[in-house]
Design a binder for this molecule. Structure first.
Ligand code: FES
Length: 159
């Protein structure tokens, strides 16, 4: 065999071997990383989290509603917090029960929360279904129990 062809053959085989050796662990690491990302830890039932109501100006009035992330609640998805009375709040998921799109904030106080994917509507007071989607069925948005301390303005939410 021609020495240049032999060297080229050797280098080609060596590069292929190194590439295989490097890519196998790299693939294993990527798979492992992806598996970790897919698991969103949810706190066990009964865990409580807190939310400072003063951080959401929309909640200063009865009928106000906000869409926010609360760490440790709803698997990392935002929740609606609605002030339904002076010292009473409703907390419910923003994940549509029809096909998991994110439900939007009402455009004005007192209006319903709308899912833009298939036009479901949910009450801004408690997340109950007001209008079913154009196809299929939705159920009420999951609600989280909460208690409000009017002295500290802290809402304690059970996850
Ligand atoms: S995902 Fe919300 S209506 Fe379909």
């Amino acid at each position: 065999m021609d020495p240049k062809a032999s060297r080229r053959f050797f280098l080609h085989k060596a590069a292929a071997s190194i590439g295989l050796a490097i890519s196998a662990p790299a693939i294993a690491m990527l798979v492992s990383a992806c598996e970790r990302d897919e698991v969103t830890p949810k706190p066990p039932t009964g865990t409580t989290v807190t939310f400072d109501v003063t951080t959401a100006p929309e909640l200063a009035i009865v009928g106000g509603i906000t869409l926010t992330f609360v760490e440790g609640l709803n698997g990392g998805s935002p929740v609606f917090i609605s002030r339904i009375a002076l010292n009473t709040f409703a907390v419910f998921s923003s994940v549509c029960t029809h096909a998991a799109c994110e439900v939007s904030l009402p455009s004005a106080p007192g209006e319903n929360c709308i899912c833009g994917c298939h036009r479901s509507m949910f009450s801004s007071k408690d997340g109950s279904v007001v209008q079913q989607p154009i196809t299929g069925r939705a159920t009420d948005l999951p609600r989280f129990a909460s208690t409000f301390n009017s002295t500290t303005n802290i809402l304690t939410i059970t996850a």
